[in-house]
Design a protein. Structure first.
Length: 95
């Protein structure tokens, strides 16, 4: 899988780096969403700990919310994470 084009995050200058940050991604339950998010985080964040992953299904059981915590060091890393999450077809929403 190639690295997607950078995704430009608005107001990136207000981020105080380095810092821990929590990302939440959502997608349909049929996909291995936690694995996809972990692979992206592992590739872009040194020392990513998969034990930080939590999952929560929607009340109807169709969607899954996956929360991960990463250690961010650069603004380029923030843009790359958002770009990779948005490029993954399994991920429908990232925040």
């Amino acid at each position: 899988m190639s690295t997607p084009e950078p995704h430009l995050v608005h107001n990136i200058d207000v981020w105080e780096l380095p810092c821990n940050h929590t990302f939440k991604v959502m997608g349909e339950m049929q996909y291995p969403l936690a694995q996809v998010a972990a692979e992206i985080a592992s590739r872009l964040c040194n020392g990513f700990d998969p034990s930080t992953i939590t999952m929560r299904p929607s009340s109807g059981g169709k969607y899954l919310s996956v929360t991960i915590e990463v250690y961010l060091e650069t603004r380029e890393q923030i843009n790359a994470l958002y770009a990779a999450f948005n490029a993954a077809p399994e991920i429908k929403l990232v925040y």
